[in-house]
Design a protein around this ligand. Structure first.
Ligand code: PEP
Ligand code: MG
Length: 558
């Protein structure tokens, strides 16, 4: 076989060399042959049995995902709920009974109907849910046809590269990563659940490789570069040698970083930097500790509120916060209060249709307009704070009045808990996200009102640059290292340093290899990032001289 190079999109980083295994069980549903009246009930029964098989597979995927840390397990909770959804399952049954469709076609038709509804919504977050519908429907169709998921192929030899039209998060969760070394798909993207799952388990993925299933032969040698999106089928000896060298270098770098786990992040000239983790669920605590996190710099509490029918109560929240604090021992845990709004709707909270949800009722603005939600969450935080070193943080703060209003609520709850004799931490450190330009401009005044700052560069950049952070068309305009950003970060850091209060960055910039030297140069000594970014960040910091970086940063913003 001659060498063939294929270009796709790098969806999960890493380099792999292996042999092709084509997973083709996902062929399209054949045109339906209508079933007879007497076959209707048995067909409905067959559908129900398939749903139970799909349910069992999703539960195993959920368990496997939870074991690997990460909040990926939440993906399957959402899928499990869909298995009981009348719009999908009830509609499938109706189509068998009334239209006499075979079960697989009935499910395909019902799923198409639900997806059509989603497609009419101009909202990236909800459009993602359309992909979930496809996944759930596909799981049921696989079960109906007796297709097994790729993980069930017991004969997979070591170093297998799975090549498929499309794969799903549950496929990845159940794969034996001791034998599968990479995934290549025709469909899928960087932000798909497959990519997120694969990153969590360290599996390289290239998506968007047209015709790869037809081009590749089972058993042929293939190299995969999940960073550059390159796939080479039957590489010639020179190509293979190059990739082998890259793979060896990557393994060496990984081993080097693992050794760094228990050493502190200190620059070459002795400046200590604290590296913390951003998490979205208690299941991620273990992974954070494994990567050497010195605390949780941002716990996004949204997961407690999304993808469910009713609001989480005080006890449920209290237990979640307590679990995280216990898991982290003496290390600090910054809990951010609910940060949702028009862009991420929460069940049980009515938000008016907004023309510009990112400029609308979100974050603290929403909490202050829904005192019951806010008070329940703060009570749970205050109570859990007796357990570890919990700090509380408010998102989307714009003015001093915002902070004062939030503190009034917090103060009244402390008084209430005290009066009732319920254990709590009255002197919990209170901080704010600096992610609105107004807050950055007024940092010197805001710092008087709070105990710490954490700079949310993701939102700060979208507001400073007037670029919607979710708009793919503007991706090249989203430049979070623009001088305007550096100036606002510098201003914020100086305000906090001047009064000796902590200031961190918890946006994506904190873990960005290009940004880290600049942030150190701007005076940051605390960075909070995805746990998996910590080892690399540490390596970068240990190779810097803080004094040189300060000079370079000053020159950049002058
Ligand atoms: C930010 O805006 O930088 C941030 C950390 O918060 P989120 O990404 O959750 O909006
Ligand atoms: Mg934000």
């Amino acid at each position: 076989m001659a060498e063939r190079r294929c270009q796709g999109v790098g969806a999960a980083p890493g380099i792999a060399i292996g042999r092709v295994f084509r997973y083709t069980a996902m062929a399209a549903v054949p045109d339906p042959e209508l079933i007879k009246e007497e076959a209707v009930e048995p067909e409905v029964a067959r559908l129900r049995a398939a749903i139970e098989i799909a349910r069992a597979r999703m539960m195993s995927a959920r368990v496997a995902a939870a074991r690997s840390g990460g909040d990926e397990a939440d993906i399957f909770d959402a899928h499990l709920l869909m298995l009981d959804d009348p719009a999908l399952i009830g509609e499938s049954e109706r189509r068998i009974r009334e239209d006499h469709l075979p079960a697989a076609n009935a499910v395909a038709a019902a799923a198409a109907g639900v997806r059509q509804l989603f497609d009419q919504i101009e909202d990236a977050y909800l459009r993602e849910r359309a992909a979930d519908v496809t996944e759930v429907a596909t799981q049921v169709m696989r079960a109906l046809r007796g297709d097994t998921p790729p993980s069930a192929a017991r004969t997979l030899p070591p170093d297998t590269v799975i090549v498929a039209e499309e794969l799903f998060a549950s496929d990845v969760a159940l794969l034996d990563t001791g034998r599968v070394v990479a995934l290549v798909t025709v469909r899928g993207s960087r932000t798909s659940h497959v990519a997120i799952m694969a990153r969590a388990v360290g599996l390289p993925v290239v998506s968007g490789v047209a015709d790869i299933v037809a081009l590749a032969q089972d058993g042929e040698v293939v190299t995969v570069d999940g960073e550059r999106g390159e796939v080479v089928l039957s590489p010639d000896p020179r190509t293979l040698e190059t990739v082998q060298e890259q793979l060896a270098a990557e393994r060496q770098a990984q081993a080097r970083r693992t050794q760094l786990r228990d050493v502190p992040a200190v620059t070459d000239d002795g400046t200590r930097v604290a590296l913390l983790a951003n998490i979205g669920a208690p299941g991620e605590v273990e992974a954070a500790l494994n990567q050497g996190a010195e605390g949780i710099g941002l716990f996004r509490t949204e997961f407690l509120f999304l993808e469910r029918d009713e609001l989480p109560g005080e006890i449920e929240q209290f237990r979640t916060y307590q679990e995280i604090a216990k898991g982290m021992g003496e290390r600090p845990v910054v809990i951010r209060t609910l940060d949702v709004g028009g862009d991420k709707p929460v069940p049980g909270v009515s938000v008016a249709d907004e023309m510009n949800p990112f400029l609308g009722v979100r974050g603290l603005r929403l909490s202050l307009r829904h005192p019951e939600i806010f008070r329940t969450q703060l009570r749970a935080i205050l109570r859990a704070a007796t357990e570890g070193d919990i700090w509380v943080m408010f998102p989307m703060v714009t003015t001093i009045e915002d902070v004062r209003a939030a503190r009034v609520v917090l103060g009244s709850l402390v008084a209430e808990l005290r009066a009732k004799g319920i254990p709590h931490r009255a002197d919990i450190p209170v901080g704010i996200m600096i992610e609105v330009p107004a807050a950055a401009m007024n940092a010197d005044r805001l710092i008087e009102e709070v105990d710490f700052f954490s700079i949310g560069t993701n939102d700060l950049a979208q507001y400073v640059l007037a670029v919607d952070r979710t708009n793919e068309l503007l991706a090249s305009n989203y430049s979070p290292l623009d001088v305007s950003m550096l100036r606002l970060i510098e201003r914020t850091v100086s305000a906090a340093v001047a009064v000796g209060k902590p200031v961190a960055v918890c946006g994506e910039l904190a873990g960005d290899p290009e940004a880290i030297p600049l942030l150190i140069g701007l005076g940051l000594r605390e960075l909070s990032m995805a746990a998996t970014s910590i080892p690399r960040a540490k390596e970068i910091i240990r190779g810097l001289r803080a004094r040189d970086e300060a000079q370079k940063a000053r020159a950049r913003i002058a």
